[in-house]
Design a protein. Structure first.
Length: 74
């Protein structure tokens, strides 16, 4: 029997704003996890997010949300 291979990646909760949201971030909205698949810069510093489900969300410049981001151990 082989020993399990440790996973070198870990999902960490972080606070994100429109300045640092990334594709792949998972944001919990209304109890549903939503993975960001695309984003577009808006005037005034906001971002328009598109999720895997096809839903969208507009983050204003001062919006702060908690997201899960996969970070590689290293």
């Amino acid at each position: 029997m082989k020993a399990p291979v440790p996973n070198p990646a870990m999902a960490c909760p972080i606070v994100i704003t429109s300045l640092d949201v990334l594709r792949g971030d998972v944001i919990l909205i209304g109890g549903q996890p939503c993975r960001v698949t695309d984003l577009f810069q808006l005037p005034g510093g906001g971002k328009h997010l598109r999720f895997e489900s096809g839903e969208t969300l507009t983050m204003q410049a001062r919006t702060a949300l908690v997201a899960l981001r996969v970070q590689r151990k290293g």
